[in-house]
Design a protein around this ligand. Sequence first.
Ligand code: SF4
Ligand code: SF4
Length: 250
Amino acid sequence: MTVHSKLPQPPVADPVSAKPVVEYETLEAIFDDIRGHPLYDHEIHGCLNCGICTATCPSAQYYDYSPREIVQLLWTENLEGIYDAMHEKIWACAQCYTCAARCPFENSPGGLVMILREVAIKHELPSVKEVLRPFSRVLLKVVSTGNQLAPNMITREAFPDWGPNVAKVDAPLMVLRKAIPMPTMHTLDTAWEVNLRTSVELYTIWEASGVLKQLEQVDENLFDVVSDVMEEKRDEWEEWLEEQEEDDDD
Ligand code: SF4
Ligand code: SF4
């Protein structure tokens, strides 16, 4: 099974054209960004091509994906192969890091995939928008409530890839929620309560780590919405701090 069968694929070279579809300079610029990533040397130290990473990789069981292949492409500096993999295969990794725990060379294929994804965003490869589009509502949820997933987001429609077993979660959620302790707030809108301070701290981390910059590149509309929510939350936080100061003065 392919990862996302409708993803935009890298352009196929015209066999009668002397000029490659993707300029070698572009491939080199992409590889320079991968190799120049601050974590690159930490994540790759060589490769035996032993396949232990692929044998233990859950994504390799279900998709046309192999962490061994990703590491080999990088280690042998196969620029065309790296470019091709960045259009589909890198999005199959579940970021579980089982591979990193098993590799005899102490490589982290999962970490390398994360670097490849960052560089794919930076170079605005067409697969990026396609792959990340379904996550926009998850991101909005994180920004507005501090929760990644709320019970009311767990529906058949939202998770078609779960197949027929999704019926098992299509349960009377409100009844189930009432059986869970108070921190769930007995609501379906949010999984648990995240305080304002934590949310505001998260925004600072996203800004400092470049996550928001990446979002702006991937989805400008979502970036605008998210920025508005963040501004409102920050105002609320400032107001709360001022109230505390006034209370202390009294
Ligand atoms: S990355 Fe590690 S585990 Fe995977 S093939 Fe290379 S040496 Fe083996
Ligand atoms: S981090 Fe990615 S490549 Fe490594 S085992 Fe998990 S799914 Fe596979």
